[in-house]
Design a protein around this ligand. Structure first.
Ligand code: UDP
Ligand code: MG
Length: 322
């Protein structure tokens, strides 16, 4: 039996942080492409606490284009929160998430939508190349994704946030209560029938990247801990290793003692104390990090707070709970 081709509203979610120069270009480019492809759509810009005129731009675009909606956070909550806010407010039968600097080529949305129409529930944009970036950045990203792929069991080396999700997948993601939600990995983790669309990372239309070294390192640790407890197993592994060493060394010491020659060497003792001391500190640090994450989750604060909206009739100010 041939399944009837699906059709329905497409919601385009665009997180924006200090992107005043990109907003109107992004809105008109995406709008034109979708009009030409005859796809009913809405554009949802999420202003993630920008310090420039991003919100003013979103408001003015929403006045000229009726299908543009804007959500304004009370402060910067990060890209993941912006994506989830967009998904929670989307009305479409499917949603696509892309960067509003147009580094994710918007022409690909049409290809993704056609795949969705043919019955696919999750369409992932995978990078052919990473675009222009510093060699050190590429190396750090590769290392991070190697760990992440190991932790999630999903090949994340070419993963991106450029994804189209069916309503069912969106509902599942929005219902997830974890605060450190890593969109790129979670949207693969939920399963569903998946297809991939390859794309080249484009140069930014305007502005500069929002990632500093510090924020990237924090991002890497947060997402690793959200998906993997392997560092905690490392604690056990280190414990076992030290225990084995102590068995060997202890037996040797006793043997020496019984033979009437006590082990000489103040240096050995100092080295052992230093080694075990630092291993213990590191282990406590790792455990502490996970406890801090549990503490954050258990407080159950909203992932984001909406201060204003424009261009629509939404009424949620805080992330929906339950
Ligand atoms: N972004 C966001 N909140 C942030 C940082 C970034 O909403 O705290 C948005 C940003 O406006 C852009 C997308 O996330 O639409 C990707 O950010 P960026 O282009 O700076 O990252 P890169 O492409 O360099 O990885
Ligand atoms: Mg970008």
């Amino acid at each position: 039996m041939i399944e009837p081709t699906r059709t329905g509203l497409l919601s385009v979610v665009l997180p924006a942080y200090n992107e005043e120069a990109s907003i109107s270009i992004a809105a008109s480019t995406i709008h034109q492409i979708l009009i030409q492809a005859d796809i009913a759509h809405e554009l949802l810009f999420v202003n993630d606490g920008s310090k420039d005129g991003t919100w003013r731009e979103i408001q003015s675009v929403s006045q000229t284009l009726p299908m543009v909606h804007g959500i304004c956070f009370s402060r910067n909550f990060g890209k993941e929160a912006a994506i989830f806010a967009g998904l929670a407010h989307a009305n479409g039968a499917c949603c696509v998430v892309l960067d509003c600097d147009l580094q994710h080529p918007p022409e690909k949305i049409v290809e993704m939508y056609r795949l969705w129409q043919s019955g696919v529930q999750v369409v992932e944009g995978v990078k052919i190349s990473r675009g222009k970036e510093h060699a050190l950045h590429t190396l750090a990203a590769k290392t991070f994704y190697r760990f992440m792929s190991g932790a999630t069991g999903i090949d994340m080396s070419r993963a991106s946030d450029f994804k189209l999700l069916d309503r069912r997948a969106v509902d599942v993601l929005v219902a997830m209560r974890e605060k450190n939600a890593f969109f790129r990995a979670l949207s693969s983790w939920i399963g569903f029938s998946t297809a991939q669309v390859e794309f080249e990372v484009q140069p930014r239309v305007a502005g500069v990247s929002k990632w500093s070294l510090k924020s990237l390192v924090r991002y890497a640790f947060t997402n690793l801990s959200a998906f993997s407890t392997a560092p905690l197993q490392l604690v056990t592994f280190l414990g076992l290793l030290v225990f084995l060493c102590s068995l060997v060394l202890g037996s040797w010491c006793l043997w020496q003692k019984l033979n009437g020659q006590a082990l000489e060497g103040f240096t050995t003792v100092i080295l052992l104390i230093l080694l075990i001391g630092s291993a213990l500190m590191i282990c406590l640090g790792i455990i502490g990090y996970y406890i801090a994450k549990i503490y954050e989750e258990i407080k159950d604060r909203p992932r984001y707070i909406v201060a204003q909206q424009c261009g629509g009739t939404h009424d949620t100010t805080v992330e929906k709970t339950s």
